[in-house]
Design a protein around this ligand. Structure first.
Ligand code: SF4
Length: 368
């Protein structure tokens, strides 16, 4: 037996795979004293923060923020705005992903170094939620010399767990079961007289959401410009144990993450208009302050302000619908390969439908 002192860590992105991995490790490897962490960029969706808080209760262990572990709490956190100013308003992009390095990897490495120095750890094992049904990769950006003591383990891959298993874990934990939306939705599936399970008709489901949407009291969505269809997708995601944002967005991470698809920007504008305006503001400042031009998050020469055009939005929505319909038609022919059913599938296959690898090129730190 090794006499090395080992620090076990598991990073949560706010996404489903890392959350499911934390649940899986708690239940299957209770002998490991794992330190869970979540690096809050300050630009997360409220749903992400809520989900991480719920997860903390489920795990029965504190989820720490590496940054706060390294610096004293009374020092202002170096968030996106701080780093943007340091980068002279040079917006992060897939080619210049300083955001992940500065906001996530550097605090993580500093925290690990502090733990090693102060507590004498010889090695660090980091558990990552790469599944058995996806390509082997660490998915980390490398900017350090920590290879000699940092090891990556992929328990889902090692134990043969795929996407469906991850769904089962999330559904089993059912972290959002006590939300008003989920409680009310599930009433549809129980006969009030007999208390027996029933299958509501499509019309009854739509009626339910049409009524509910008029009475949204949850502060997360009360100012959102939701359609019945979108609200339904959000609640259906919550009903299967995923954060509600999986009803309209395929990834965790910053509100303005440049890996999101155009349709996700459209929905961000619809659901979190203030976050969208903030992103638009960053682009505008970059335009004004960078004489050499700026990167636009939607793509070349396409500022977010182009989404103020109603026709443009309709075009993006129509293109997305067409693409998804095409993809789902093809996917149904090879359903066994997808290993999922077709309820609430859209955000699960978003990257695949857009011919991108899962995560769209982002590292696991951000989207897993
Ligand atoms: S989520 Fe996107 S914007 Fe945020 S740190 Fe990661 S790559 Fe950068």
């Amino acid at each position: 037996m090794s006499d090395k002192k080992t620090l076990h860590v598991l990073g949560l992105s706010g996404g489903k795979d890392s959350a499911a991995l934390a649940m899986y490790m708690r239940d299957n490897y209770p002998e490991l004293d794992i330190q869970y962490y979540f690096t809050d960029t300050g630009k997360e969706l409220p749903e992400v923060i809520d989900f991480v808080n719920r997860l903390e209760g489920y795990l029965g262990k504190e989820i720490i923020d590496p940054y706060e572990e390294v610096f004293s709490s009374n020092r202002k956190k170096k968030d996106f705005d701080y780093h943007l100013a340091k980068h002279k308003n040079y917006l992060p992009s897939p080619q210049a992903r300083w955001c992940t390095i500065q906001m996530k990897l550097v605090p993580f490495e500093m925290w690990i170094e502090k733990k090693r120095k102060e507590e004498g750890y010889d090695e660090v094992i980091s558990y990552v939620g790469i599944r058995a049904d996806e390509p082997a990769r660490t998915g980390f950006l490398t900017n350090s010399n920590n290879e000699e003591y940092l090891k990556i383990r992929m328990p889902f891959r090692e134990d043969g767990l795929n996407k469906k298993d991850i769904f089962d874990i999330l559904q089993g934990a059912d972290l959002l079961a006590d939300t008003e939306e989920v409680i009310n939705y599930r009433k549809l599936f129980i006969d009030p007289q007999s208390n027996m399970p029933v299958e509501p008709s499509e019309k009854e489901i739509i009626n339910h959401f049409e009524t509910e949407i008029l009475n949204i009291s949850n502060s997360t969505y009360k100012s959102a410009n939701l359609t019945v269809e979108l609200y339904r997708k959000i609640v259906e995601a919550m009903d299967v144990g995923k954060p509600g944002y999986y009803g309209w967005r395929s990834r965790s991470g910053c509100t303005f993450c440049f890996y999101q698809q155009k349709i996700e920007w459209v929905r961000l504008k619809q659901i979190y208009p203030a976050a969208f305006d903030e992103a638009k503001g960053y682009e505008k400042t970059a335009e004004e302050k960078r004489p050499d031009g700026t990167f636009y998050w939607l793509g070349k020469d396409t500022p977010l302000s182009t989404l103020e055009d109603k026709e443009r939005i309709e075009q993006i929505e129509a293109n997305h619908e067409k693409r998804m319909a095409r993809f789902i038609k093809k996917a149904k022919r090879r359903q066994n390969q997808l290993q999922i059913n077709f309820v609430n599938i859209e955000t699960e296959v978003m990257d695949e439908a857009y011919d991108e690898v899962e995560g769209g090129g982002a590292c696991v730190t951000c989207y897993k």
